[in-house]
Design a protein around this ligand. Structure first.
Ligand code: 5GP
Length: 125
């Protein structure tokens, strides 16, 4: 199993600084920014800086440091947004992968959606 990373994808260009973004947070291994087409009052994308195509690719090939940094960043953003269910109203994370997952940008990303009731998990295809 091998993934071919397209280094011309839109998030690679954001990471290279060629396309602007509205940054939410940045760490050594992770960047988070507002989605350009938000589907909820809060819609943040969290991406590793490394060249990973999907979540499974990241889980398999990323270093421990990258993985820890990514998930700590996600947790901190949810806390900063005030949406964690212990103190707020909750949220949803989504990571689309491949054709059936309807992934548009082939660089692993987590959608954090929050700020309104988000409905059931899936709509009919
Ligand atoms: P996917 O369908 O791959 O899971 O989601 C890709 C997401 O990237 C979409 O929600 C889309 O709105 C967002 N997106 C696409 N191009 C850009 C861009 O240039 N800037 C930002 N901030 N988001 C983008």
């Amino acid at each position: 199993m091998t993934y071919a990373y397209d280094d011309q994808n839109i998030f690679a260009k954001i990471l290279a600084g060629d396309i602007p973004n509205k940054t939410v947070s940045e760490t050594e291994h992770t960047l988070a920014f507002h989605d350009i087409n938000p589907q909820a009052p809060h819609h943040v994308l969290v991406i590793p800086k490394g060249p990973y195509v999907t979540g499974d690719h990241f889980a398999r090939d990323a270093s421990d440091a990258e993985i820890i940094d990514f998930w700590r960043t996600y947790g901190a953003i949810c806390a900063d947004l005030g949406v964690t269910p212990d103190t707020g109203e909750g949220y949803r994370i989504i990571s689309n992968a491949g054709r059936d997952g309807v992934q548009d940008v082939p660089h692993f990303h987590l959608h954090i959606l929050a700020g309104r009731p988000l409905g059931r998990m899936l709509n009919p295809a």
